[in-house]
Design a binder for this molecule. Structure first.
Ligand code: SAM
Length: 212
């Protein structure tokens, strides 16, 4: 855990120094919650959508490391991530190395909707056939698409966790496309009999969706 905490501090400092968007990080409380959730649910195959500088990815991958008892990626143990912007890949790479989890992780650079749609169409593009847990934290306007595209990849009894579902109290503002995206996503999940869900009041709201 010390290694992870020290890596998280490093990632946070780098994010502040090299970007103007450090507020996008999940932060320590939610990051450690995610790590703990991965451990508690013995999720060994994890996918993140929206990685930025790798803070939450380090937490998820450390949860996989702890649950699997290995730092090596294999057929049954992996932490994948999709990020559209590759300009900050050097921070992701060094942060994961500092956390001691880089050998568990593969980051796919590109648009998550494109990559997941290719997978759905049958392409062998490196995205796995099945995940135990998916963490959604990319473009809020696209949450409904990420949900529909990842649900078939999650094993029965697995989880989709979606960040920022409270959207700072602005989900009713339908003139804002991000608010509208989150609001539509929540309605889709609520009426979807394939899943059950509950909201965890942490940071900006984390929706825990359990796939039946
Ligand atoms: C809120 S940040 C992620 C923060 C990260 N999960 C953390 O807490 O460390 C959202 C990220 O999603 C990425 N993103 C936005 N649209 C995307 C898309 N269509 N496909 C993949 N990544 C996308 C952005 O480039 C940004 O880095």
């Amino acid at each position: 855990m010390e290694k992870l905490l020290s890596a998280l501090n490093w990632i946070e400092r780098q994010t502040h120094t090299r970007t103007n968007h450090a507020q996008m990080l999940v932060g320590k409380e939610e990051g450690l919650y995610l790590r703990d959730f991965v451990c508690r649910t013995s999720s060994l195959r994890v996918l993140e959508i929206g990685t930025f500088t790798g803070y939450s990815l380090a937490c998820l991958a450390d949860g996989v490391r702890s649950a699997a008892g290995t730092v090596k990626r294999s057929n049954g143990v992996y932490a994948d991530a999709i990020e559209i912007n590759r300009e900050l890949d050097y921070i992701i790479e060094e942060g994961l190395q500092r956390a001691g989890v880089s050998e568990l992780v593969k980051v796919f650079f590109g648009d998550a909707v494109d990559i997941l749609s290719q997978k759905k169409a049958g392409a062998d593009n490196g995205i796995a056939e099945e995940y135990d847990l998916v963490f959604i934290d990319a473009d809020k306007r696209q949450y409904p698409q990420y949900y529909e595209l990842t649900l078939p990849l999650v094993k029965p009894g697995g989880y989709i966790l979606a960040d920022n579902v409270s959207w700072y109290g602005r989900t009713e503002d339908h003139s804002d496309p991000k608010s509208a995206g989150i609001s539509s996503f929540k309605s889709i999940v609520e009426s979807d009999s394939r899943v059950e869900s509950h909201l965890v009041d942490i940071r900006d709201g984390l929706l825990i969706i359990r796939c039946k």
